[in-house]
Design a protein around this ligand. Structure first.
Ligand code: ADP
Ligand code: MG
Length: 438
């Protein structure tokens, strides 16, 4: 909401007012129709109330069909509210449930286009701009770690940017199955259907794992039919063509053929170098070109492994307190090659390593104790599970003693913040990474 509001406010205020009064303001939370905004001084509150609030409400109504009323506060008031035991603490800015399941890193911006994914990328862009109208369903297929999930999320992000109120649902086919089964068990089928059939964009990942049970497949079929009928966009991925998935019933195979299927093939060397370069830039790593080429030459199929190699080289450099060079890269990747490629880390491996590192039990790590000596390791383990494995948020939550995916998001953010300012945590996390990769 905020960026869109800013854009419109920019148009109705002169530049100076905008820079002075709006720019330093920060949205805190949205509750019902009230948007809490933090401003630096009481003058801002005054100015907002007198000159901006009215426009704000008008714009919000025009943009979102809803009057959003700004309520400005200065930071001190916010803190008071937070510590005052009686007054309810202001709710933490709630991540949009849509956004929270989309990986913020998987956008079009971070996606490198190359020969193997050019078609898929173009189709994804079209679908993001014109959902439900041309390629429906859109089906990506190809090997592991080639960017199917990334592109799928990118469509979601783009659609949300164009239309912040769009309802988007991302699930793996396993999540779909689990959701379905627990809805039956809890007598919540109405909610399940409402949830899945009211979306503007449904993203179902790894459809090859759709359970081979009649009920699940029926439910999926009807969900598909309903969305398709209403011109809602569906995007699916799999490791192979629909017709090659033995467990997929014929009627689903034929439905999927109504849309567009595009394959993604492994990146060529040039693309791999470009991906590494982008990744290195994002992480602010200084890596000479010949070293990037060297790493890209070592790992030639899977982009996830390519990223893993970079992490490994980085960890190795930190550990040895050395710059990243080709010979350092060669050394750190030696072990990798001898055991035939980076094995995918599991959540359990991460949990075990973190528990060992902090001398706490695995049970505590996954448990509910709220003492700091356990909470921080737990958050680090969640953070690493999110960063270093391919598991979904709900899956990570589940593996930590059945916690909610929002807990994982919170932990991830928390550690990310700590990593920016706390040298001890930085050090500990990179040591744990080293242990994991060696
Ligand atoms: P898949 O779903 O096909 O198994 P993912 O979408 O999970 O693969 O991609 C694996 C990793 O590689 C992700 O971290 C993703 O961001 C990265 N990746 C894949 N393709 C690209 C690309 N073209 N540009 C940048 N990063 C990519
Ligand atoms: Mg995937």
């Amino acid at each position: 909401i905020w960026p869109l509001m800013l854009d419109s406010l920019k148009n109705v205020l002169n530049e100076l007012s905008f820079e002075t009064w709006v720019k330093p303001s920060k949205p805190i939370s949205l509750e019902n129709d009230q948007l809490l905004i933090e401003v630096p001084t009481p003058y801002h509150i005054h100015y907002w109330n007198k000159h901006i609030a009215g426009k704000f409400v008008e714009i919000s109504f025009r943009l979102f069909d809803q009057e959003i009323i700004p309520k400005c506060v200065v930071p001190e008031e916010l803190e008071e509210q937070a510590v005052a035991p009686k007054k309810a603490a202001p709710p933490a800015p709630k991540p949009d449930p849509n956004n929270s399941v989309l990986n913020p890193k998987y956008t079009f911006d971070t996606f490198v286009i190359g020969k193997g994914n050019q078609m898929a990328h173009a189709a994804a862009l079209v679908v993001a701009e014109e959902p439900g109208s041309i390629y429906n369903p859109l089906f990506f297929y190809g090997g592991v770690g080639l960017g199917k999930t990334h592109l799928m999320h990118a469509i979601g992000h783009q659609l949300l940017q164009n239309n912040p109120l769009a309802k988007i649902k991302y699930v793996s086919s396993e999540n779909f199955t689990n959701d379905f089964i627990s809805s039956i068990q809890n007598n919540k089928m109405d909610e399940f259907r409402k949830e899945y059939r009211s979306v503007d964009l449904l993203l179902v990942d790894d459809i090859q794992f759709l359970e081979n049970k009649v009920e699940t497949q029926n439910e999926f079929f009807y969900t598909f039919e309903e969305l398709y009928k209403n011109n809602k966009q569906i995007v699916l991925t799999s490791d192979r063509l629909p017709s090659e998935i033995p467990t997929l019933p014929e009627r689903l195979v034929s439905r999927f053929a109504w849309g567009l299927s595009v394959d993604i093939t492994p990146p060529d060397l040039e693309t791999r170098i470009a991906i590494l370069r982008k990744k290195a830039e994002a992480e602010r790593l200084e890596i000479p070109d010949d070293t990037l080429s060297y790493i890209a030459g070592q790992i030639d199929s899977n982009i996830r492994e390519l990223e893993g190699a970079l992490v490994r080289v980085q960890a190795f450099a930190t550990m040895n307190n050395a710059d990243i060079t080709t010979s350092l890269a060669a050394e750190s990747l030696k072990a990798l090659k001898s055991n035939g490629g980076a094995a995918q880390l599991s959540i359990l491996q991460i949990q075990e390593e973190v528990a060992k590192y902090y001398h706490i039990s695995l049970k505590d790590l996954k448990g509910k104790k709220r003492v700091k000596s356990i909470v921080v390791p737990r958050q680090i383990a969640m953070y690493l599970s999110r960063e270093l494995t391919d598991n979904s948020l709900p899956k990570i939550g589940a593996d930590f003693g059945g916690k909610d995916h929002t807990t994982v998001i919170h932990a991830h953010e928390k550690i990310q913040q700590l990593l920016e300012k706390d040298a001890t945590i930085q050090n500990e996390v990179s040591e744990i990474k080293n242990l994991l990769f060696n």
